[in-house]
Design a protein around this ligand. Structure first.
Ligand code: ASP
Length: 584
């Protein structure tokens, strides 16, 4: 028997009437009705009403006078039906109450820094007192939903024959495109571990080690600027398969997504999820993570404008447009042009087709009949053009597409649109160094037949990298890997790495690739993003118990914090600016 409680607060029901039960929890509210004292007692399951009658229980009444909001209390008494006019149909326990015989005060509480039913509390205050924030419905719901989803993910992975294996946190740097967090090592001054940006190379080594199907809910660390969908540390469903086809990998993830929806009692998205090539989504949506809950597809007008009398069109390497289902005023068009310029466009040409079908446009007089016919749009719309290098056109129209969807409220919030983006380029140009660099990570295999392009035409080599997208959020990435050492070396070389550098950084891995590495591939699904979307939250901090603020600190514990001269000297480290050191 549990001495504290027989039932959870939210579980007391009509069928318990006549029983004497103990409940325990936090005081949500106390009302003194001249004699009778009513206490709403709360735990994570809900609220139950305790009634303290001084005639029935004088000791309990005395205790009840002293209690305040958020005191921790145990109450014991008989479950009775409420009077008909006191029934509260809005809560599950609303037909009953507990006539208290014993009331024990288990813990007091200082007055709270904010009221738990106040939805307008600023985030820093919520994080500073996270334990209070956690008592609220929103955080309770989100963390429990998160646990349900993670359990479903694990179940699905186990059913699919994956085994959970741990990989080290402290390791060598893993190239995932972010900075590493470094860990100094007291026993080896001057040497540092990096906190794993992902278990990427370990999971590949698992395949070489014959584990066949590995998974892990892995914590990853990346030293990046924080955003709504980014924290220094986050979790991934990390997985790897030996001898896979790409379709098999995608299928594993689709099963995980469906299992998660089902665990929450939601209708899962239809499988297989649509597959789009990178080239296709960049052309149609100007983004490699398009939101397909609305159309507004981008059209290409490069061919039809080659001989245009409008010089901007004729001379641009690429001309594309969007047809917005709205007639914009001059001022609105000006604002849209400013928006396009913020994204890097030189300008935003337009053709307005008003409700009567009449065309209004400063460039119309330069356009041939053929061009106007190609851009023909229904009455009540505006055609918006961007002419520039293809990458710039994609960028600007992609951003404009999302902006217009928001402004014109074109997004159907009831839809869930999953898709796969396939056939990414293998390399992209690093604007700073002018070198080719990886798009996903340097262990991604070229598409079959594209190996020859690694040297001859790296910009046109496609890869076996794939991304999973949900409503415009990238849920995760993966790829079929390079399993031949010779190809891996060629990819390193194409990225401007000398053989010596490659040996120094990845020699151990290149060696492993020479000792019977099977074909393999895998994926990593961002747990926080996935759970946030399932919870209907726009910020992953809402589904993380103790997140860092946007500036990268934890208001609850005060981390990160300065250390002492002594500690640093043990580690062989001297600070450039020692002003902030702690004294002891
Ligand atoms: N390591 C990759 C990442 O963290 C995922 C993968 O390729 O499996 O994004």
């Amino acid at each position: 028997m549990n001495p504290w409680r027989d039932l959870y607060c939210g579980a007391v029901r009509g069928e318990d009437v006549g029983r004497t039960v103990a409940v325990a929890g936090w005081v949500a509210r106390r009302r003194d009705h001249g004699g009778l004292i009513f206490i709403d007692l709360r735990d994570y399951t809900g609220v139950v009403q305790l009634v303290v009658n001084p005639e029935r229980a004088p000791e309990a009444a005395k205790a009840a006078h002293a209690i305040r909001s958020e005191f921790v209390v145990r109450g014991r008494g008989e479950v009775v039906n409420r009077a008909p006019d006191a029934v509260n149909p809005n809560i599950a326990t609303g037909a009953v109450e507990i006539q208290v015989d014993e009331l024990d005060l288990l813990a007091r509480s200082e007055p709270l820094p904010f009221q738990l039913d106040d939805d307008g509390v600023e985030e820093p205050l919520r994080l500073r007192y996270r334990y209070l924030d956690l008592r609220r419905d929103r955080m309770q719901r989100n963390l429990r939903l998160s646990a349900t989803v993670i359990a479903a993910i694990r179940r699905s992975m186990e059913e699919q024959g994956f085994i959970d294996v741990w990989t080290p946190t402290m390791t060598l740097g893993t190239p995932e495109g972010a900075r590493d967090f470094l860990v100094p090592v007291r026993l080896q001054p001057g040497n540092f571990f990096a906190l794993a940006q992902s278990p990427q190379l370990f999971k590949q080594v698992f395949m070489i080690g014959g584990l066949d199907r590995y998974y892990q809910i892995a914590t990853c660390w990346r030293d990046e600027d924080l955003r709504a969908d980014r924290q220094f540390e986050f979790r991934q469903l990390d997985l790897e398969l030996a001898f896979p086809t790409r379709e098999e990998v995608l299928d594993v993830l689709e099963q995980v997504v469906v299992a998660s929806f089902e665990a929450l009692g939601r209708t899962p998205p239809a499988r297989p999820f649509p597959r789009h090539s990178y080239a296709d989504v960049m052309l149609k949506y100007g983004s490699d993570k398009p939101d397909l809950r609305f159309g507004l597809e981008i059209q290409d007008a490069t061919a039809v404008t080659r001989d245009s009398e409008f010089g901007v069109f004729a001379s641009a390497p690429c001309v594309r447009y969007l047809v917005a289902p709205a007639v914009f005023s001059r001022a609105q068009l000006q604002r849209l042009e400013e928006f396009a310029k913020e994204w890097g466009a030189k300008g935003l040409a337009y053709v307005v087709v008003d409700e009567t079908g009449e065309v209004r446009s400063p460039i119309a007089k330069f356009l041939s009949e053929q061009e106007l016919a190609a851009f023909a749009a229904p009455p009540g719309s505006t055609v918006l053009f961007v002419a520039d290098a293809p990458a710039m056109v994609e960028r600007v129209l992609g951003a404009l597409r999302t902006e217009l969807a928001e402004q014109l409220e074109l997004i159907d919030g009831s839809r869930d649109e999953f898709l796969w983006v396939l056939d990414f380029p293998l390399f992209l140009k690093d604007e700073e160094t002018g070198n080719w660099t990886f798009v996903h990570h340097p262990f991604t295999s070229p598409l079959d037949g594209h190996e020859v392009l690694i040297e001859s035409d790296p910009g046109n080599a496609l890869s076996q990298h794939y991304d999973l997208i949900w409503n415009g959020w990238e849920l995760g990435s993966g790829s079929i890997r390079i399993h031949r050492q010779e190809i891996q070396e060629r990819v390193f070389r194409a990225m401007g790495m000398t053989d010596e550098e490659a040996q120094a950084k990845f020699g151990w891995f290149l060696e492993a690739l020479q000792m019977g590495a099977p074909p393999h591939g895998g994926f990593a699904l961002g747990i926080e993003r996935f759970v946030a979307l399932l919870a209907g939250e726009a910020n992953i901090r809402e589904i993380i118990a103790f997140p860092k603020t946007a500036s990268g600190s934890d208001p609850l514990t005060g981390a990160p914090a300065p250390t002492t001269e002594e500690r640093l000297s043990e580690l062989g480290i001297r600070l450039k600016d020692a002003a902030g050191l702690r004294r002891s």
